[in-house]
Design a protein around this ligand. Structure first.
Ligand SMILES: O=C1C[C@@](O)(C(=O)O)C[C@@H](O)[C@@H]1O
Length: 856
């Protein structure tokens, strides 16, 4: 039943702010009497901003505001190199404009004059820097608010929040209640002059960091220089969602599924988590997200909100924090779902609309809106969004109308008319038959002219069948539901693994055969890694090693009806390109492939489908019509660079990369280095001729500018070293990204090169990342050198880091499902045996403990 009649006529209620003012002024004056930190006269906040988020241009300046201690300056520095913008700190600008700090100025000239000058300084900065800058502003008075508020019309103004302990520690206040009150008050102020909000999750310093420091193991696991890496990744992810796509090339993921939205793929799952569980830390996110494609943050307590003002403030903070926590732990898209009670009153509807508006400021990838609301209210929300996708949603536990009823089509059409990006219609199943009736509804929808992706299934225990066969973003639970609970509740009854099992058990998909091909792959760790990943997701494929002296010897496997794909090892990475009908642009540029994918559906013109269509016929047996080749080695190397490079070494135009070797893997390494935006590449190789061939290959590629493989092809500089006695290039920065592509173990009669860098080349002041691609020996002289340099900022990465990264990209191509990254990383570490067959489990413990799920 539509509830238009109870919808509010004002979108954000001004009364709420007026009502809260007396409390606010009281609490601020108490705080200000007791704390030196904020010894200015409190000014009441303006009403919140309209909630509308404009589209920003890539070069638009960014303002960061928030309490002292929220981490604005650190975030600004991280964002500066990624966004190629300069940082302007208003405190520093004030000092240079007036010759004294704000606090000294205030003592001499009084508060009012200080505030007037601050506003003048800020106004000038904002006027003169609409683009190219990151403006850090901790000030908080009315004039500042007015200026920032105007800035929100064209630029991102981000309110940075942090947990109470971190703010308390920074402000050195002993009374937590005072800090809480200060935070409450500042939230109201900042929400009146910002259009975006970011929760800066505090780093948890791991227990065994000390061990790392003492033992000097220096791997990425706990490297102190990477302590802020997660914060950097989290903030850059947020920025990548508010600026146009492609604004931060270093940050864009190169993994195959990253660029295909879940709604454009088949059978995608959305893990539903209660906000309480996220905030209490009860949810083991890292384990729960295996095999899912998105995470839903479920806010279900609106009906319990008796006091809409207090409820609003409390809920906004909770939603902000929960979004921060989820985004910090996973790169999966977030779907924010605030449940409007089934019978809401006016004030709850208003609260709901205000919360939607607030939610958009968090830049969730997706946000649900309740389709029962008044058209004009929904339109307001939808027109306020920037890049968030809106999911029009309808679920009423007491609405038992059959799927044949026209009302379901009406809900769908309403969502289309409103401009929603997707529709989610869920109905409690009362009989098994409901699971079959829904297919008639789905066919009706597919015959409509206007179409947006549809999520539709029956909920409840009896609805599990249709839940499993829903194609898009099916809600799933983190662990199996064993009890038959209240039928009406909206929680999912199946896990992603159970749903995946059902697809194979019912012959929607077939169990496929996967391989690693190579001359000698008996030692390969890929089978253990891929099989662990497959079984954790509930996929019944099997991955096996197959050694062969020639590619001819594997042809019978490649053209088998159940062939699902293969990893290609040495020495076939170049030769395999003669078998493939189509190579990805990356594989073509590198001239080698390490992944082979069977194609069973061609386009009408006989070519191979691309984008999401490439995955359309996946996991289904049948004749192989063509082969597709990809190179995931470069994706893995790029991922290692991104994981191992500390924020202090963010890529700049002056950054140098050093590649050791000039063979096939060196090509993938140069390609990966170019892809992260490095403009200066040195090659060390004893044979000049081979190094020149490598450089020539890339110079030609860059000149041709083929298919826009690189963001800017123009100013790439190469340099070749053939001797380690040569000095590093004068007046150039020392390398901060070093990738060794030479063998780490003896091959036949050739002993391992025991390569070591000249100390003089490792003089970069903030260290960098050293990646050794081989993994047969973990304690190579180069890795030891990197570990010994840990206190100077060097981070060591090796083949045990690379193998899972390139394997994760392959897993996505083999299965069309996101790789369970942590499972794959752990499996490699647990299974590792060195060239003498010895396990190094104890030595690898610290790496095992810190494996995370994140995309790289
Ligand atoms: O180089 C390698 C190693 C590998 O061939 C293996 O044997 O595990 C698997 C390939 O995907 C990868 O490119």
């Amino acid at each position: 039943m539509p509830i238009d009649h109870i919808s509010p006529k004002i979108f954000v209620s001004a009364e709420k702010w007026i009502a809260v003012l007396p409390i606010l002024c009281l609490c601020t004056s108490i705080i200000f009497q007791n704390a030196k930190v904020a010894s200015r006269t409190p000014t009441p906040p303006l009403t919140p901003t309209s909630g509308k988020i404009p589209g920003f241009s890539s070069d638009a300046s960014l303002a960061l505001v928030g309490l002292r201690g929220s981490g604005k300056s650190t975030l600004a520095i991280m964002a500066a190199s990624a966004l190629k913008k300069k940082v302007i700190n208003v405190d520093v600008a004030f000092q240079s404009a007036t010759g004294s700090s704000s606090s000294n100025f205030k003592q001499v000239h009084g508060n009012a004059e200080c505030q007037r000058r601050q506003a003048e300084v800020l106004q000038e900065i904002l006027q003169q820097n609409p683009t190219g800058s990151i403006i850090v502003c901790p000030w908080m008075d009315r004039n500042v608010q007015i200026l920032l508020r105007q800035f929100t019309a064209t630029n991102p103004v981000i309110h940075v929040l942090r947990d109470v302990d971190a703010i308390q520690g920074h402000l050195k206040l002993t009374d937590k209640t005072k800090v809480r009150n200060l935070m409450k008050m500042s939230n109201l102020f900042y929400r009146s002059c910002t259009n975006l909000e970011f929760f800066n999750v505090s780093e948890v310093r791991e227990k065994n960091v000390e061990q790392y420091e003492i033992g000097g193991r220096g791997s990425t696991a706990n490297a102190p220089y990477l302590a802020l890496k997660q914060a950097e990744r989290h903030f850059l992810k947020f920025l990548s969602l508010i600026y146009p796509t492609g604004t931060i090339p270093f940050f864009e993921s190169a993994f195959p599924l990253a660029s295909i939205a879940p709604e454009d793929r088949n059978f995608t799952y959305c893990l539903s988590l209660l906000i309480e569980d996220i905030l209490s830390g009860n949810e083991k996110l890292q384990d729960s997200i295996v095999g899912v494609d998105a995470v839903q943050i479920f806010v279900n307590d609106l009906s319990a909100t008796r006091d809409p003002i207090g409820g609003f403030n409390n809920l906004t903070n909770r939603i902000t924090e929960a979004t921060g926590i989820v985004r910090r732990s996973t790169m999966l898209p977030i779907l924010l779902h605030i449940k409007l009670p089934e019978v809401p009153n006016n004030s709850i509807v208003r609260l709901y609309l205000d919360l939607l508006s607030h939610s958009l400021a968090l830049a969730p990838e997706m946000l649900t809106v309740d389709l029962r609301l008044d058209q004009s209210d929904l339109s307001k929300v939808i027109s306020s969004k920037s890049r968030s996708k809106i999911v029009g949603s309808y679920f009423i536990s007491t609405d038992f109308q059959s799927w044949d009823s026209p009302s379901w089509v009406s809900w769908y059409q309403k969502a289309c008319q409103l401009g929603c990006d997707m529709v989610r219609l869920v109905r409690v199943a009362t009989t098994m038959d409901d699971n079959f009736v829904i297919s008639r509804f789905k066919s009706k929808i597919s015959s409509l002219q206007t179409k947006i992706p549809l999520i539709a299934y029956n909920s409840g225990y009896l609805g599990r069948h249709s839940t499993c066969f829903n194609q898009t973003l099916t809600l799933v639970a983190s662990s199996p539901v064993t009890q038959i609970q209240d039928m009406g509740h909206p929680f999912p009854y199946i896990t992603a693994k159970e749903a995946t099992n059902a697809l194979y058990a019912s012959f929607v998909y077939d169990a496929m055969k996967l391989y690693v091909f190579g001359a000698n792959v008996g030692y390969s760790m890929s089978p253990a890694m891929h099989n662990a990943a497959l079984s954790s997701c509930g996929i019944p494929h099997h991955y096996a090693p197959y050694s062969s002296g020639s590619l001819k010897g594997v042809e019978h496997l490649i053209y088998d009806t159940h062939f699902g794909g293969a990893s290609i090892g040495l020495p076939f990475k170049v030769e395999i390109t003669t078998l493939t009908k189509y190579l990805s642009p990356h594989a073509r540029a590198i001239g080698a492939a390490n992944t082979l994918i069977p194609i069973r559906q061609l386009k009408s013109d006989g070519t191979i489908p691309t984008g999401s269509a490439l995955f359309a016929g996946i996991n289904r047996a049948g004749p192989v019509l063509a082969l597709y080749g990809e190179n995931t080695d470069w994706i893995g190397i790029r991922a290692c660079i991104r994981r191992g490079l500390s924020p202090a070494n963010a890529v700049r135009p002056t950054t140098w990369g050093l590649i050791i070797g000039a063979g096939g893997m060196a090509r993938a390494a140069v390609y990966a280095t170019l892809q992260v935006g490095i403009k200066n590449i040195a090659i060390y190789n004893r044979t000049m001729e081979n190094a020149e061939k490598l450089v020539f290959h890339f110079q030609k590629l860059l000149k041709e500018g083929e298919q826009n493989l690189f963001t800017d092809n123009q100013e790439i500089r190469f340099h070749i070293f053939t001797s380690l006695d040569e000095p590093w290039l004068s007046d150039q920065r020392y390398p901060s990204i070093i990738i060794s592509c030479i063998p780490t173990h003896p091959i036949g009669n050739t002993p391992s090169p025991e390569f070591k860098l000249p100390d003089a080349w490792m003089a970069n002041q903030t260290g960098g990342v050293i990646i050794e691609l081989g993994y047969k020996t973990l304690n190579t002289p180069l890795l030891k050198q990197a570990r010994d340099g840990a206190s100077r900022g060097w981070v060591a990465m090796d083949g045990l880091d690379l193998l899972p990264e390139q394997g994760c990209a392959q897993f996505e191509l083999f299965t069309g499902r996101r790789a369970p990254r942590r499972v794959m990383r752990r499996e490699i570490l647990e299974n590792y045996r060195d060239e003498y067959g010895k396990s190094h489990l104890e030595e690898l413990q610290h790496r095992l403990q810190s494996t995370v799920e994140q995309d790289s």
